[in-house]
Design a binder for this molecule. Structure first.
Ligand SMILES: Cc1cc2nc3c(=O)[nH]c(=O)nc-3n(C[C@H](O)[C@H](O)[C@H](O)COP(=O)(O)O)c2cc1C
Length: 307
């Protein structure tokens, strides 16, 4: 009997649907047991979000400051053949409940010596979040053997508008009747079972030799070259804002709310004015530094960590 542990946190259920689709082919196999750990913050993050609360989680997301989680409903000394760590991205970082779990003593015991596959359900920017998760898994003694990413199909600007609409109203329909539906396309979620077929075979053979290129051949990871440049630039500014806001207090502190509002206005300007300029700039950089960018695409498509 092979044992899999799925660890996940999903607000709207989108990530849960993705995980269920991927694990479908394994769930129907009687020689595989799947245990699920659903992370539960002690103080829940409300959905739909109020704009202020949505921005208030920004500094702790970026700085990796943990929240309190409800006691984990599993034996941390249980041994698994594979851990599937499914997470969403908040501000280019793993969501707070997931990075909180990765800092818990239980995660250390569970991950030590265990192969891990990450599943990311996000809009489109996950590269730096995955670098953080790669680091955590390595520090915990786990072995990252695979990565599967599902993101929105929409272009960057359209995606910002549709996800903001979804997150702030809770409605997953077409904004103004003209925009595409927010989130990961339902057909992409259904189609994710193809990754499960590969995982099942690898689990039967030797999950440690799971080949990311085999997953990538069916679309597990697609790196958008411009985002390699964007994410690094945005993160530099995010770190400054995060430090600036946290100087006035922790999550929800009244003293920091003016700065949180300032960050919101910065985000608006960044999206409407800076993003189009940056897109043009990135196009130029991509041409000039093609060899370097190709190397970076290859790096972000695989599971090793930069030395
Ligand atoms: C506070 C917040 C920040 C987010 N930041 C990003 C981001 O930086 N990159 C990205 O691709 N998606 C981002 N998203 C979208 C999420 O990764 C995810 O797609 C969405 O929240 C739905 O996930 P769910 O399964 O938890 O409902 C963000 C969502 C939230 C709530």
């Amino acid at each position: 009997m092979k044992k899999i542990l799925v660890v996940h946190y999903s607000q709207t259920g989108q990530l849960t649907d993705i995980v269920d689709a991927i694990l479908g082919p394994l769930a129907s196999d009687k020689s595989i047991q799947i245990d699920t750990l659903t992370l539960q913050p002690k103080q829940n993050y409300p959905f739909p979000w109020a704009t202020q609360t949505f921005c208030d989680v920004f500094p702790e997301s970026v700085e990796g400051v943990p929240c309190e989680l409800a006691p984990l409903d599993l034996d941390p000394d249980a041994r698994y053949d594979l851990i599937v760590l499914a997470y969403t991205v908040w501000y280019l970082s793993p969501s707070i409940p997931v990075h909180s779990f990765l800092q818990s003593p239980e995660a250390g015991r569970l991950f030590k010596g265990t192969p891990v596959v990450t599943v990311i359900g996000c809009r489109n920017m996950w590269l730096l979040a995955q670098e953080r998760v790669k680091n955590c898994i390595r520090e915990l003694g786990g072995h990252l053997v695979g990565n599967i990413v599902l993101g929105d199909r929409a272009s960057n600007l359209v995606g910002v508008a549709t996800i903001a609409y979804w997150m702030l109203t809770g409605r997953k329909d077409r904004l103004l009747g003209v925009f595409p539906k927010p989130g990961v396309d339902a057909a992409d979620i259904r189609g994710a079972s193809r990754f499960g077929v590969i995982l099942r075979k690898a689990l039967q053979d030797d999950i440690r030799s799971l080949d990311q290129d085999v997953l990538n051949a069916v679309g597990a990871v697609r790196v958008e070259p411009a985002y390699i440049i964007f994410e690094k630039r945005i993160m530099k500014i995010f770190r400054i804002w995060a430090r600036f806001i946290r100087r006035k207090g922790g999550p929800g502190a009244p003293a920091r709310q003016r700065r949180v509002r300032g960050f919101f206005y910065y985000l608006l300007v960044a999206i409407v004015v800076l993003a189009p300029v940056a897109t043009l700039g990135a196009k130029v950089t991509l041409r000039l530094k093609k060899a370097r960018i190709d190397k970076a695409i290859d790096y972000f498509s695989h599971n090793d960590l930069e030395p």
